[in-house]
Design a protein. Structure first.
Length: 476
């Protein structure tokens, strides 16, 4: 693909390596337009690599130029492929000349938004302008500082060797709110400091500064509905939205990735779903005990079920496996990396809880709470969304009793968890009592697992859920 000539000062935008073994990635779409002015830290495009869809930031400044024959959403590109460039005012890229391959010493123009690799370079414009040495900080902390309007060179770092941490940045933003100058020269504090990717896109489309929008999300996060409300519209009343909703709509970005994965699962698996109900009374009682104990965060029902499912997988290892070509790779007992399907503004995301069997339940609760928050903020890294050998999807919070979960290929099984409901139950002595019941929906790839082994796994899970304390105590 011919892009940038040797006689231009343009800086190439290339496909970054999101993981050490990554050789190519799927381009999910530009988040900026041709001709937009780009600053360091601005998100340029989305890229899927090793099962993770990540926002790719710029580490340079300039005017974005996208070639006429540039990549389209869904294109698979090699690491290092040039997909565009940043130019200075008055410069024009030469799209007809051959590409100049960047040298290893040259700094990249794009980086994963949460990358911790030392090969990625990030800068702090405020520090550069003041000609002061900037204390050490990770790219994610620098990005947060830019979002919150915090100048890193003014912060004392509380981390190891004076490294600036996320806590340092957040404390600084609370002490002194970021300010902006109005058209009349008045200084006003930002009403919000963090926004979801969908909110940012809506704000850009509508010409609204999302930093001036009051957020209704967690910790004041600005959501798409907040931006639409600020524009004097809502999904229900905006005529443009109604036209788009009722007309033709092309899938792009994360939704396209989700659609591709679902089609991959359909084309490569032979799914069979089994259902089983279990008495959840002791499960409800156990969680209530955690609430009383003061543990923070309190383990959610999905945390407890994931932990119990991991124990059951040790007795049914065939369900903790993934396809690699025509071969099945069965995970060891210490490699129970379990995916948790999470609903977000950007669609369905599956963060991965690693080494579940080796975690205590409180540790698992903290890990899942953090991962869910990062998933909904669009901040998952490659290692946080890959490597699962089994997945759990819960719709109980939405009142769904049972459903048919879709296998997260290349895995061979997925567990669906329904709502916990009070139900009249007939006891062995013919009495009718009120009990809590939960329904599990297990979908397996029939190519790898027959119905009987899948049913035995559900039987074990039922016994574990009906007596969770004994199982959890035996694993500590």
């Amino acid at each position: 693909m011919s892009l940038i000539g040797q006689n231009t000062m343009a800086v190439s935008i290339t496909i970054p390596r999101l993981g050490w073994s990554m050789e190519e990635g799927k381009f999910a779409g530009w988040l900026k337009r041709d001709g937009d002015t780009i600053r360091p830290g601005d998100v340029l495009f989305e890229l899927e690599g090793e099962k993770a869809l990540q926002e790719i930031e710029s580490v340079d400044a300039g005017i974005l130029r996208i070639p006429p024959n540039g990549p389209q959403p869904g294109d698979v590109l090699k690491v290092g492929a040039v997909i565009g460039c940043l130019v200075q005012p008055g410069e024009t890229p030469d799209w007809s000349a051959p590409v100049v391959a960047p040298t290893e010493a040259a700094p990249p123009t794009a980086q994963a938004a949460d990358s911790k690799s030392p090969a990625f370079i990030d800068t702090d414009p405020a520090a550069e302008s003041s000609h002061k040495e900037v204390p050490s900080a990770s790219p994610s902390v620098r990005r947060l500082a830019r979002e919150l309007g915090v100048q890193l060179h003014k912060l004392p770092g509380s981390g190891r060797a004076g490294r600036i941490t996320e806590h340092d940045v957040r404390m600084a933003s609370q002490t002194k709110p970021a300010a902006t100058h109005s058209a009349k020269g008045e200084v006003t504090a930002h009403m919000a400091t963090v926004a979801t990717p969908r909110a940012r896109k809506a704000a850009q489309r509508l010409g609204i500064d999302w930093r001036q929008v009051r957020g209704t999300g967690r910790n004041g996060r600005v959501r798409e509905r907040d931006v639409l409300a600020a524009a004097g519209s809502s999904p229900a009343t905006n005529s443009k939205t109604q036209v788009q909703a009722s007309g033709r709509k092309s899938l792009s970005g994360r939704r396209r990735v989700i659609a591709d994965r679902l089609m991959q699962s359909r084309n490569r698996t032979v799914p069979v779903t089994l259902f089983m109900r279990a008495d959840a009374s002791n499960l409800v009682s156990l969680r209530q005990q955690f609430k009383v104990s003061g543990i923070d965060p309190v383990p959610a029902f999905h945390d407890i079920v994931i932990k119990l499912a991991s124990e059951c997988l040790t007795r049914h290892p065939a369900l903790a496996a993934v396809w690699e070509g025509d071969d099945l790779i069965v995970a060891g007992a210490g490699e129970h990396h379990i995916g948790l399907a999470v609903d977000s503004d950007e669609g369905l995301i599956v963060p991965v809880l690693r080494d579940v069997r080796s975690c205590t339940l409180p540790e698992l609760a903290k890990a899942s709470s953090k991962l869910i928050e990062r998933a909904r903020a669009g901040r998952l890294g490659a290692m946080e969304s890959s490597g699962a050998v089994f997945t759990m999807s819960s719709l109980g919070g939405l009142g769904i009793d049972s459903f048919t979960p879709v296998i997260n290929y290349p895995e061979v099984a997925i567990l669906g968890v329904g709502a916990i409901r009070k139900t009249p139950v007939v006891t062995d002595d013919d009495r009718i009592v009120v009990s809590h019941e939960i329904t599990f929906s297990l979908t397996v790839d029939h190519r790898a697992i027959d119905g009987a082994p899948a049913a035995r796994f559900l039987q074990d899970l039922k016994r574990a859920v009906e007596n969770p304390a004994a199982i959890l105590l035996s694993t500590t």
